[in-house]
Design a protein around this ligand. Structure first.
Ligand SMILES: NC(=O)c1ccc[n+]([C@@H]2O[C@H](COP(=O)([O-])OP(=O)(O)OC[C@H]3O[C@@H](n4cnc5c(N)ncnc54)[C@H](OP(=O)(O)O)[C@@H]3O)[C@@H](O)[C@H]2O)c1
Length: 279
């Protein structure tokens, strides 16, 4: 297949590598992208403009910040693209439905669970909808495991629903841990909390440090993902405020975008010393 990847970020570059391993032709469009994406796209065919990529590709796979997934699909729609469109982003089922309405019958819903797929066995691309099994077949031979969800459980956007449920716990849990540290810091009891944790919940202080370093550079992107998760809870008639608070918390950490991993102390400073004046 001729596949365009929008775009070769940390995850998109590994998706592209899996397709290359399956002997597909893989390309990207460079307009508007950073030097980081260019470096990660070194093995891919380059099209300067999205229109040219869309005219060449039989399939486009969207792997971009969740908050930009709908705008990315609209840009593709404006190119009158006629092939398969796979949205593999962490988006709410309602957003996926909106994108499927733009793309029509060739829409394929996806959701990725796991780190960038550089080793077999780490990462799964879940797919749903009538073309899920076809798309899954294209990934044979690469490190990314593609799984078509069974049709019985599939309303066309089940892959997005699964990703939302999974990330609601993983990234929601990280947000809660950071929020608790910030609360204790702000109240002047962080050291006492750590002493208590050492006795009754051993490992939580270390987990807080590790969480801060693991997420600091990606927190800006998690904010949009938390908003999608919050919308998913609301859509299901469940309280949505937990994840909208997580979105706000991650948004307060956006200054760490593209920076080396930052310590818990630095994240707490950014979380607590925020200008809440509304000005
Ligand atoms: N990384 C992971 O561990 C992981 C795990 C599971 C799922 N995912 C999913 O994979 C998707 C991408 O994550 P990632 O880790 O690859 O993110 P990333 O490293 O930040 O890469 C995002 C890519 O999208 C491009 N991009 C930035 N702003 C954009 C915009 N407004 N419109 C279109 N493209 C834009 C970036 O280009 P420039 O930066 O060059 O502008 C980059 O090539 C997300 O939906 C995420 O939920 C990621």
């Amino acid at each position: 297949m001729r596949v365009g990847v929008l775009h070769p970020g940390e995850m998109g570059a590994s998706v592209a590598a899996s397709l290359l391993a399956g002997d597909h032709q893989v390309a990207w469009s460079s307009a508007g992208r950073s030097a980081h994406s260019r470096t990660r796209a070194a093995a891919l065919q380059e099209f300067p403009q999205l229109d040219d990529l869309a005219a060449w590709a039989e399939v486009l796979i969207s792997v971009c910040p969740p908050a930009s997934a709908l705008a990315q699909a609209q840009a593709v729609r404006a190119c009158a693209f006629e092939g398969f469109y796979v949205d593999a982003n962490a988006i709410a089922p309602a957003t996926a439905v909106e994108i499927s309405q733009l793309m029509g019958a060739a829409y394929v819903d996806g959701g990725i669970i796991g780190p960038p797929a550089w080793r077999a066995g780490t990462t799964r691309l879940y797919l749903s909808g009538p073309h899920a099994a076809t798309v899954a077949g294209w990934f044979q031979g690469g490190a990314l495991e593609a799984i078509a969800l069974p049709h019985a459980a599939d309303n066309g956007v089940a892959a997005s629903a699964l990703k939302m449920a999974y990330a609601a716990y993983t990234k929601g849990h990280s947000a809660l841990l950071l929020a608790v540290n910030a609360l204790a810091q702000s109240s002047g009891v962080l050291e006492s909390l750590r002493t208590e944790w050492a006795q009754s919940l051993p490992g939580l202080s270390q987990r807080s440090e590790a969480t801060a370093e693991a997420i600091s550079a990606k927190a800006w992107r998690f904010a949009g993902e938390m908003e999608q998760i919050s919308a998913t809870f609301a859509e299901c008639g469940l309280p949505a405020e937990f994840h909208s608070a997580a979105a706000e918390l991650y948004a307060r950490l956006s200054e760490f975008k593209d920076q080396p991993p930052a310590s818990l102390d630095r994240l707490l400073e950014a979380l607590v010393h925020v200008d809440n004046s509304g000005s």
